[in-house]
Design a protein. Structure first.
Length: 131
């Protein structure tokens, strides 16, 4: 099943590997798809998706928006690891929610719905308590 949708205006093909097209798209927009839960929209200046490795990479003015809870993440680069269901945000990271705004130059890890957000250690500690 698809892990995300990815839309673009232009694409640059760099190769084909094991039935997979490899390249970069600009601008990138789409949704992270989840089973029985709302999809999570994103946008960025550039994007690259790898359905085999299950990684989605976004670069430049990245925006990821969750509806439940209502929160938006902004950063300069983001990697979504669909296998681990982890978002890793870097560069001028900001998360805005009804609880307030978190801004940092540190790398932040999060669940795609932004329910858990923190440094790598904080994230892994918080997530270890999840079912």
């Amino acid at each position: 099943r698809p892990l995300w949708t990815l839309r673009w205006e232009s694409a640059r093909l760099t190769g084909v590997d094991q039935k997979q097209v490899i390249g970069e798209v600009t601008p990138a927009s789409g949704e992270i798809l989840r089973v029985n839960e709302p999809s999570i929209p994103f946008s960025a200046e550039r994007g690259r998706g790898d359905q085999v490795q299950k990684h989605l990479d976004l670069v430049g003015n990245v925006k990821l928006s969750s509806q439940s809870p209502k929160a938006t993440l902004f950063c300069q680069s983001l990697r979504y690891d669909a296998s681990a269901k982890i978002v890793i945000a870097k560069g001028n990271v900001r998360v805005e929610s009804v609880s307030g705004t978190l801004s940092t130059d540190q790398e932040l890890w999060a669940t795609p719905d932004l329910r858990i957000v923190g440094t790598k250690d904080e994230f892994l500690q918080s997530r270890s308590g999840l079912p």
